[in-house]
Design a protein around this ligand. Structure first.
Ligand SMILES: [Zn+2]
Length: 132
């Protein structure tokens, strides 16, 4: 599944809701589901994207003023990079969760078979003997 599909399959949210989520984006404390909805909204809504971009630039500028970094900074580029990083982080955590769910299911099946074998409800060894 591509990065694009995963984000696009998220729920639609209103501009008002997107506005409420923007501070969370900047503070890095959005829940993954909210982040996903916001990122999807920003793909199609220029107004909200610009609002986030402006806030991001203000925040970044303040951070740079407080640190002592020389040289130029491309705020627009920083913003684009940040958006992309947020998407990638979201996809990574989604994939990890999928893998964990698969492992949990396989473990559960094996446990069930073991318990059934122990209790005599279903003998795995007999079952395999019949097949092979
Ligand atoms: Zn909007």
């Amino acid at each position: 599944m591509s990065r694009s599909d995963y984000i696009d399959r998220s729920n639609d949210i209103s501009c008002q809701r997107a506005g409420e989520l923007i501070p969370g984006y900047l503070n890095r404390d959005l829940r993954p589901r909210d982040m996903r909805c916001l990122l999807k909204h920003l793909r199609t809504c220029t107004r909200c994207r610009e609002e986030l971009e402006t806030n991001f630039m203000i925040q970044t500028t303040i951070q740079y003023m407080n640190t002592d970094i020389n040289g130029s900074m491309d705020l627009k580029q920083l913003f684009r990079d940040d958006l992309r990083q947020q998407e990638e982080a979201l996809i990574r955590s989604h994939r990890t969760r999928g893998t964990l769910i698969c492992i949990a299911i396989v473990t559960l099946i094996l446990l069930t078979l073991t318990v059934m074998d122990i209790t005599g409800l279903f003998h795995i060894t007999v079952f395999f003997d019949r097949i092979f």
